[in-house]
Design a protein around this ligand. Sequence first.
Ligand SMILES: Cc1cc2nc3c(=O)[nH]c(=O)nc-3n(C[C@H](O)[C@H](O)[C@H](O)COP(=O)(O)O)c2cc1C
Length: 336
Amino acid sequence: MNSSDHVTRPDLQTVRLALMLAGRAPSVHNTQPWRWVFDGTRLQLRSDTDRLLSSADPLGRQLVISCGAVLDHARLAFLSMGWFAEVTRFPDPNLPEHLATLEFWPWPGALNTTAARVRAIHQRHTDRLPMQAPDGWLDALSAVRELARPHHVAIDEIPDSSRHRLAAATEHATALRRYDMRYQTELHWWTGHSDVQEGIPVAALVSDAEAARVDIGRAFPSAPYSARRADLVDQARLVALSTLGESPSQWLHTGEALSEVLLECTARGLSTCALTHITELPTSRSVVAELVPHPDIPQVLIRIGTAPEDNTPTPPHRRPLDDVLDIRPAPPPRRA
Ligand SMILES: Cc1cc2nc3c(=O)[nH]c(=O)nc-3n(C[C@H](O)[C@H](O)[C@H](O)COP(=O)(O)O)c2cc1C
């Protein structure tokens, strides 16, 4: 090893710590559809298509968005450990599952702007209960718009006056899915179990009585009866994350922007819930498309609000790092 090796790559322990933190990223149904490959110098992010939701997400759009979220979480985690990760997206056109390669540079001073979002990684979780209107909303909205801009992802607030249209589209999507056996089998496979390392456990779901007070949300298997936040009917604000096109690269960027938005909101003490039940089906997606500036294509909605401090939902577990990380030594340099 020569001395320059020390300054151009984090050691394995740092990589493991950063990726464990990154693993807290949100993913559709908590599928965690990613793999990491570390060759001692560079880190690859690959999608794990065995975890594709073939009914809800046949094209893998949400799978790639989820991978974008873990990519952004990883970038922040490495920064907090003194490493700037330079990201090359889709480096091999013949290998679409190879989503990104990360190369590292020492970066001692980056924490000022990102420290709050790094801390938020531990605190963030999806909140499916009704929320109060978000405190400090206009400041938060302008901050998240700035964070999404480098990814060319637009953030549009859905005005309250249009909310009933999304509620109607939610009802329509739920009705279409009620007797869709492939969709229901997949949903029940991934949700509603206890003490699991993947999927959405029953502790993170809501009861029918609670769901009835949230007009825009996915219909999940219901949790046992409880009436948390009993005095609240959902007053969360809704934002749509949209792109100008529909390519895997734009999906990956959407996930990166989603991660930034969720973490920034968490850092500001706000609660969040990503929503895609409404962008999975063409009919309900077209309703959202009518509410954002043309020609933006809506990818994900987020409910953002303030939660009373009690009864925050239990965040789901994650897979062990060794299930998602391969260590493959780089081939030795050729002799001259
Ligand atoms: C692309 C994507 C789509 C999602 N769609 C929904 C959704 O439609 N409804 C919902 O309640 N949560 C949704 N989520 C949140 C995930 O279920 C959640 O991130 C996952 O269960 C892990 O839990 P955590 O966010 O509490 O860590 C989505 C997350 C992502 C990244």
